[in-house]
Ligand binder design. Structure first.
Ligand SMILES: Nc1ncnc2c1ncn2[C@@H]1O[C@H](COP(=O)(O)OP(=O)(O)O)[C@@H](O)[C@H]1O
Ligand SMILES: NC(=O)OP(=O)(O)O
Length: 318
């Protein structure tokens, strides 16, 4: 039987950490639930490109290889870009399998395709001088500072939630496999791509070369959504709506904001760096590049309702 094509909107979904959990085993359980919410959108005919985070996972892979290589002579040193590609591979495998199983359960004739994706970054990006992207597990301050001294890594406090290793997070310039993603979407595939923002690569005279960094997946998703001319960028995280005065007695949810209002809130410091700020910035980048589009920030559980315009925070160009 031929596969169906979506006949509705095209959306790029960026999945946050709560959709994936902390270990491969926990993730396998969680992605089944994540897949249900994604397939709720597909069932309405929506064409979906799914991207996902990889901060905890690439940190875990990197630490595991570093530990093993330091303690035996059989384990090779694992370059960071390869660790990033491994994280895309196993997360993408679990996600696309869970989505495919859910599609089959509902007798929806769509199929999935998972692409290990590279994203071009600029060698002169100032991010390489100032690491900001949290990777790996949370630590207490003492452990984090001891690891930093022992291993020469940079650690920072992450939005009031503990300490983590940080690596450079350069700006995504171009998604290398973009044409393949577009063609697959046009052919009706549910595409998992740009995981972990894509493996960061430099474009050199000799071709693409991986570099040790982690791109913010929300920014790469914004780039993908703008290039595709997607109707919506959907950023799914742990909160139903973005707030002002977050976590204070004066907290208020935001239903909708245009770029000017969002920039005003950014000036006021309403969105925490390393968590909500890059999400709002990614939404601004997308609607500025593609003003017909609408960006939505909401929770996984509210995703389908958010697409119907019933909840979440919507960001528009004006
Ligand atoms: N102004 C804000 N409004 C809502 N949530 C905020 C705000 N500032 C910070 N946050 C926090 O940011 C978190 C989302 O960032 P993070 O957990 O890093 O993303 P991800 O879901 O991609 O892993 C929310 O769950 C919330 O705890
Ligand atoms: N690459 C990336 O943005 O990962 P997290 O969402 O897990 O931080």
């Amino acid at each position: 039987m031929p596969y169906e094509k979506g006949n509705g909107k095209t959306v790029v979904i960026a999945l946050g950490g709560n959709a994936l959990g902390n270990t491969p085993q926990e993730q396998l359980e969680l992605v089944r639930n994540t897949a249900k919410h994604i397939v709720d959108m597909i069932e309405d005919g929506t064409n979906v490109v799914v991207s996902h985070g990889n901060g905890p996972q690439v940190g875990m892979i990197n630490n595991a290889f570093a530990y093993a290589a330091a303690n035996d002579d059989k384990t090779p040193d694992m370059p960071f870009p390869e660790a990033g590609a491994m994280s895309q591979g196993y997360i993408g495998y679990q996600l696309s399998q869970a989505i495919l199983n859910e599609l089959k359960r509902r007798d929806i004739m769509r199929s999935t395709a998972c692409i290990v994706t590279e994203t071009v970054v600029d060698e002169d990006d100032p991010a390489f001088q100032n690491p900001t992207k949290p990777v790996g597990a949370f630590m207490d301050e003492e452990t984090a500072k001891a690891k930093a001294a022992e291993m020469g890594i940079t650690v920072k406090e992450d939005a009031g939630r503990g300490w983590r290793e940080v690596v450079a997070s350069p700006i995504p310039k171009r998604i290398v496999e973009f044409d393949a993603v577009r063609d697959l979407v046009e052919d009706g595939y549910v595409v998992v791509s740009t995981g972990g923002g894509g493996v960061p690569v430099f474009e050199t005279g000799d071709g693409y070369v991986g570099t040790p960094a982690v791109i913010d997946k929300d920014r790469s998703s914004a780039l993908m959504a703008a290039e595709l001319g997607a109707d919506m960028l959907v950023i799914l995280t742990a909160v139903e709506k973005v707030c002002v005065n977050f976590n204070t007695p004066e907290q208020q949810t935001i239903d909708e904001m245009d770029v000017a209002q969002a920039e005003e809130y950014i000036k006021q410091g309403q969105f925490a760096p390393g968590s909500m700020l890059p999400k709002v910035e990614a939404c601004i980048e997308y609607v500025e590049a593609y003003p017909e589009g609408r960006a939505l920030i909401t929770s996984l559980e509210c995703a389908a309702a958010g697409l119907r315009g019933e909840t979440g925070t919507v960001i528009t160009a004006n």
